[in-house]
Design a protein around this ligand. Structure first.
Ligand code: SF4
Ligand code: MG
Length: 326
């Protein structure tokens, strides 16, 4: 499989009144065609910021983005707004936790689907409407004609997320970025939506970058997992290996907290302690305050992300030869 998206040393730093926040720091990752990569971590770990950078959604005063995001031969970070907009929604689509936030409350679902499809796919209104109905059926809604005439507030959260997915796949994107797409939904609906995403992916060879705090979702969906903590990747690897043999103490803690799909974020993490304040980070392993294996070196030097097994990497001094006892 060839590489679809390659993120090279991405950093996203924000200047705030209190100081500079390194929301994402030197993150590199690769997504192959048709692959599902999950980024997992607690809120504020930088997973959403990473996704938003890919979509070119982080702009404005005080935002400093560094590194490269290569989509095919194009560096998305060097594209102008217009060109980026053509790729966004067409080749790369995104769905969010709150579908309501990306829908227009005063237009019907049909109106919101038909216009952009007609435009992007160069279809007549009639053809776009027919295609929209097909897509709504494809995402498991039984009366598509009726849904087309509904306003967003008339639909349940699960229905809305299905509609969002229908919109996202309407231009047959090569990559779907899904940021906590099922977090707001109840467990049964969540499972149905994940099933549907898997099916769409299998039929279309679309790659998925899935952002989640939920290891149950990771287990269901991922080919490859990236674990983030305080803006950095602390571990990554192929999903079965990572679940069987997590190397980083943070990943081990996450897996021990035995999440059940559908649990709320605040119930999930039982690792003692708190995520460090991103304003006050000194060179160190950022997990050291919460780590049962912390050594002297962990408090003063940052561990690099290095190989810890077949196709698995971790950033932890436990695996650095010679530094083991600090
Ligand atoms: Fe724990 Fe040290 Fe490894 Fe950080 S580097 S996870 S503090 S052992
Ligand atoms: Mg988020």
């Amino acid at each position: 499989m060839s590489t679809l998206l390659e993120i090279e040393r991405l950093s996203a730093h924000f200047t705030t009144e209190e100081g500079r926040i390194k929301a994402v720091d030197e993150v590199s990752l690769r997504i192959l065609q048709g692959e599902t990569v999950c980024i997992v971590g607690e809120s504020g770990c930088g997973k959403s910021v990473t996704a938003m950078s890919v979509m070119g959604l982080l702009q404005g005063a005080g935002v400093e983005i560094g590194g490269k995001i290569k989509f095919g031969d194009t560096d998305l970070l060097s594209l102008g707004k217009h060109h980026l907009r053509t790729i966004r929604g067409h080749e790369i689509a995104m769905i969010f936790q709150e579908p309501m936030s990306s829908l227009n409350p005063v237009l019907t679902i049909g109106e919101q689907m038909i216009e952009p499809m007609a435009l992007h796919l160069k279809l007549s209104k009639k053809e776009a409407r027919r295609r929209a109905v097909e897509l709504i059926e494809q995402v498991g809604i039984s009366r598509p004609g009726q849904i087309m005439n509904n306003y967003p507030h008339e639909l349940s959260g699960g229905m809305l997320q299905r509609v969002m997915i229908a919109m996202a796949i309407s231009c047959a994107p090569k990559l779907l970025i899904a940021d906590e797409p099922t977090t707001a939904l109840d467990v049964t609906i969540q499972a149905q939506i994940l099933d549907m995403l898997r099916q769409i992916k299998a039929e279309s060879n679309m790659a998925i970058l899935l952002i989640t705090h939920d290891l149950g979702v990771v287990a269901e969906m991922a080919d490859y997992v990236v674990v983030m903590y305080a803006g950095k990747i602390v571990e990554e690897g192929e999903v079965t290996r990572l679940f069987e043999s997590p190397k980083h103490p943070y990943t081990q803690g996450l897996l021990k907290s035995k999440p059940i799909m559908g649990q709320r974020q605040d119930e999930l993490f039982s690792i003692p302690g708190q995520v460090p304040n991103l304003l006050e980070l000194k060179p160190s392993c950022y997990f050291h305050d919460r780590c049962a294996h912390c050594m002297d070196v962990c408090r003063t030097k940052e561990p690099a992300l290095g190989r810890v097994g077949d196709g698995q990497k971790a950033a932890c001094w436990l695996y650095e030869e010679g530094e083991r006892h600090g």
